[in-house]
Design a protein around this ligand. Structure first.
Ligand SMILES: [Zn+2]
Length: 209
């Protein structure tokens, strides 16, 4: 039975917004909303303050797609791209920022990253032209990258994307490898433990494009 009429419109609006977040259903949204107007009032104020200018303060890094702090008018560049201790000859290609964080947490990557933003998925209408492959090629050339490690998830779309990247880069002076199995098929890098993911990166193998 719908309970919308029981709630003040302001609360219902907050609940509808919360339900747009990944993994948040109606009950969770209600729990969050009631917390925020009850004992979590201070959290609500802080959250509101932080969220109100989140989009203007943070955006994808112009070089790699990682999340970066906007610094004035110029180029927005993330901390990893500006870190001079990183090996610029090594580039790890991931699908999402969550995967970048997972790989970074494993401690096995000394190089930099490139975030594709999505995986090749013909069934969902995502073709090769939807992926930022020209930007990836430019990045490889400008940084003098020698090895590309493709760390897309071990799923059908992840494998297809890895193969596409290998083919696209096949004619260039760069070796392309794929993280080893160990991360379960269909699994998410985000949920793989650090040691498993670290081993998968260390045990990478060349892709035959
Ligand atoms: Zn970056």
């Amino acid at each position: 039975m719908p309970t919308d009429h029981l709630l003040p419109e302001g609360l219902a609006r907050v609940m509808r917004l919360l339900q747009r977040l990944p993994g948040v259903g109606e009950k969770t949204a209600q729990r969050f909303a009631l917390f925020l107007i009850g004992e979590g009032r201070e959290t609500a104020r802080e959250l509101g303050h932080e969220l109100s200018d989140l989009a203007s303060r943070l955006r994808p890094c112009d070089r790699c797609g990682n999340i970066a702090e906007v610094a004035g008018e110029g180029e927005t560049v993330c901390r990893i791209c500006t870190d001079s201790r990183r090996d610029s000859r090594l580039l790890c290609v991931v699908a999402r920022v969550q995967d970048l964080i997972a790989v970074e947490r494993s401690g096995a990557m000394r190089g930099r990253y490139f975030v594709l933003g999505k995986l090749l998925s013909p069934l969902d209408g995502v073709g090769p032209e939807e992926l930022p492959l020209p930007a990836l090629c430019r990045r490889i050339e400008s940084d003098g990258v020698e090895e590309v490690i493709v760390a897309t998830p071990p799923s059908v779309d992840g494998e297809a994307t890895a193969l596409l990247v290998a083919r696209e880069l096949g004619c260039r002076q760069v070796s392309v490898s794929r993280i080893a199995s160990g991360v379960p098929h269909g699994g998410d890098l985000e949920f793989a433990d650090q040691i498993t993911l670290g081993r998968a990166i260390d045990g990478r193998r060349p892709i035959e494009g």
